[in-house]
Design a protein around this ligand. Structure first.
Ligand code: SF4
Length: 106
């Protein structure tokens, strides 16, 4: 999530230094806050983002409703949160999933 977009979304920029390394740092922040199906095109920028896990954890932990975060649309995040209401801190779970995913790709 571009730093200017995080500020627009009401997120403290100080806690999100990782956003400066996001693949979207040079895109128009408005392009990440598009409606409906356009979000599937918008999230392509996240595919090779080096801070994707940080971004997604931030959005899930803080229940950020709007925009593309961590390669997920608003609807995808809502669905994930509904399936896992027990998770209060997403970072450890996302890290574990990344490790598992990397192991199976070998
Ligand atoms: S995961 Fe996507 S929205 Fe988040 S910082 Fe990376 S490119 Fe931006």
């Amino acid at each position: 999530m571009a730093m200017s977009a995080t500020v627009s979304a009401g997120v403290s920029s100080g806690a999100m230094a990782w956003a400066e390394r996001g693949a979207c740092r040079n895109v128009d922040p408005d392009s990440l806050f598009v409606p409906g199906a356009a979000q599937h095109r918008a999230k392509r920028v996240c595919a090779a983002c080096p801070v994707r896990v940080d971004c997604l954890a931030e959005a899930l932990d803080n229940r950020l409703e709007f925009g593309i975060w961590g390669g997920m649309t608003e609807r995808e995040r809502r669905s994930l949160l509904r399936r896992r209401p027990d998770v209060v801190s997403w970072r450890p779970l996302l890290d574990a999933m990344t490790v598992r995913s990397a192991a199976t790709a070998r």
